[in-house]
Design a protein around this ligand. Sequence first.
Ligand SMILES: Nc1ncnc2c1ncn2[C@@H]1O[C@H](COP(=O)(O)OP(=O)(O)OP(=O)(O)O)[C@@H](O)[C@H]1O
Ligand SMILES: O=P(O)(O)OC[C@H]1O[C@](O)(CO)[C@@H](O)[C@@H]1O
Ligand SMILES: [Mg+2]
Length: 442
Amino acid sequence: MTLELDDLRVRTLGECRYDSPFAEMLATKKTSPHYVHEDDRVLVDDTVSVLLGRGAPIERLPSLEAAGPRRKVYFDPAATSVGIVTCGGLCPGLNDVIRGIVQELTEHYHVAHIYGFRNGYAGLTRQHRERVVELDLHAVRDINNDGGTILGSSRGDQDAEEMVDTLVELGIDVLFVIGGDGSMRGAMKITKEIDARGLDVAVVGVPKTIDNDLPYTDQSFGFQTAFAQATEFIASVFVESQAAENGVGIVKLMGRHSGFIACYAALSNNDADVVLIPEVPFVLDGPDGLLARVEEHVRRHGQVVVVVAEGAGQELLEQEGRTTDASGNAKLGDIGLFLKEKLTEHLTEAGLPPTVRYLDPSYAIRSVAANAYDSVYCVRLAHAAVHAGMAGRTDTVVVRWRRRFVHIPMRLITSHRNQVDPDGDLWMSVLEATGQPASFGG
Ligand SMILES: Nc1ncnc2c1ncn2[C@@H]1O[C@H](COP(=O)(O)OP(=O)(O)OP(=O)(O)O)[C@@H](O)[C@H]1O
Ligand SMILES: O=P(O)(O)OC[C@H]1O[C@](O)(CO)[C@@H](O)[C@@H]1O
Ligand SMILES: [Mg+2]
């Protein structure tokens, strides 16, 4: 998708007429290496070749609106009510974002009401809207120390008309959606219904997922905490495999159709000998196949550690009867157990009867509280989301792009899935660290 400048302009509900509580602080601010003025923009591209290839004058190059406080805001803070909803899979940092939004709105904007919807978009339906909670500083005091989300989450489609009825009934001016690709599609559906009714309601997204499968953002919050958790499990099977003859350690990691968690976790403690991800298909059999290569490694080193992303090798598994989850996400076949069985069989037949240590941490890497890095990232995203919403930005997602906090149109974050590039430098690092071949039998 070739991005043009006009594809990157975010929607705003109208002119900002109210003084912002940050007006005085912003009076002397100007763009620097550490700050982007609200009237400035952040370039999308960062290499000379790509910029030259655009063949456009600077002012026409694809660029993004800066996030952050404005001198003027669209909503009158004292008369503004907002809603917060967390959707999809759990992710470290959800509570940090909720707390950051509540703190910013309460301490700086002094808004009238902050409502939290329970259990994802289901909380905005007629059946559940009564369970909405009013949030204040006390309600969020130390929630950032806990994993999960105090609001609860869910999957599954909900009726946009019912959800917008709830927003109208509660007099919500800004809805903050903290979620992944599915949640952002849900937010766009809500925005469409808001537009159809000609309502003055902003919808602002905070991108969330441990999978890091969202484009146009450096990384999704929670991803760093999740892969750091995963590292512990790889270290465990490494120790186990070292202490046994023909020790085979296998760890299967979440990430859906993207292999970022597997790559970063494997690089983190650098103990993996093989990393398998959805983006790089592999063949089991044949002289260059995975089985032969693992046999060679075990014969030479006496052990092997395999890190496999849950979405890898799906084409090798039974396709019959494949189902989806309530949100329409494909349910994955268990590549971990499949590999455990195939490696055990092959090594036994090769006269290297293995001692296999298999770990599938699954939810253990996403149900924890955010680490310090993600906690900082979350609170800064929360601030950016509040400033965007109060400035009347809508159908907008706040992201960090090339380390700058910026606004992107919501449709961009659902335009495609962010995946590991087999020709990129991350995968090159994995090949260098593991010593594995560029492909197994491919
Ligand atoms: N294609 C879609 N169109 C409209 N709404 C959607 C769509 N997909 C998902 N949603 C809504 O978004 C919510 C969350 O979506 P989903 O379960 O896919 O998780 P997610 O936001 O992608 O997060 P994660 O990937 O981290 O699990 C669903 O409950 C559903 O209401
Ligand atoms: O939460 P569920 O429905 O079990 O789905 C698990 C999926 O959610 C995620 O944790 C986030 O999308 C994926 O990594 C994983 O495959
Ligand atoms: Mg998703």
